[in-house]
Design a protein around this ligand. Structure first.
Ligand SMILES: Cc1cc2nc3c(=O)[nH]c(=O)nc-3n(C[C@H](O)[C@H](O)[C@H](O)COP(=O)(O)O)c2cc1C
Length: 156
């Protein structure tokens, strides 16, 4: 079942969302594409990462990312960590500056404990503004959650 018009894009700093994206990619037989910040996030320690994200929040910064071509994609699986009970500001920038009109975005999130439902109100607001759909979102902290999240979409 090659999903030619489907893509898996993810943002990950400490690797958990990458692991989830690789699992999603295995199910969909697709190689996940990493969304990279132009100014890389610190991977050396939690405190450094918190300081960076705090500064972004204070300055209402929308961090830049290396472009990813999703122009031919109809269904975009988008993975990201939960930061402060919402999507990272880089994801906000991606979803509000990429031309996604008419497409469907399937968000999957990792977290310490937050569920994807915490991010959904933000995602829906950006989807409404960009005229794209948010559908079939799932929390992706464990292989079971990923399998369940995907099985809702696909008869595996
Ligand atoms: C700045 C920051 C804020 C976070 N906020 C939350 C949160 O609100 N809820 C939660 O459950 N986990 C939170 N976490 C934990 C991350 O969501 C979790 O570690 C995530 O899986 C990391 O993904 P990554 O390894 O792909 O970067 C936060 C982590 C960081 C660094």
């Amino acid at each position: 079942m090659p999903q030619t018009k489907t893509a898996v894009v993810y943002f990950s700093v400490s690797g958990r969302t990458q692991t989830a994206a690789e699992a999603v990619g295995r199910y969909l037989q697709l190689t996940p594409v990493r969304l990279k910040a132009k100014d890389p996030y610190p991977t050396t320690g939690f405190q450094q990462l918190v300081a960076r994200t705090d500064a972004e929040n204070e300055q209402r910064e929308l961090p830049d990312f290396d472009p990813v071509d999703v122009s031919q994609v109809e269904t975009l699986y988008l993975g990201f960590p939960t930061w402060y009970h919402q999507p990272p500001r880089l994801i906000q920038n991606f979803l509000t500056t990429t031309q996604l009109a008419g497409k469907t975005v399937v968000p999957f999130v990792t977290s310490a404990s937050s569920r994807v439902t915490e991010s959904l109100p933000y995602l829906k607001e950006w989807a409404e503004a960009g005229n794209f759909k948010i559908q079939d979102s799932f929390t992706a902290n464990t292989p079971d959650e990923i399998a369940t999240g995907l099985k809702d979409d696909f008869p595996l």
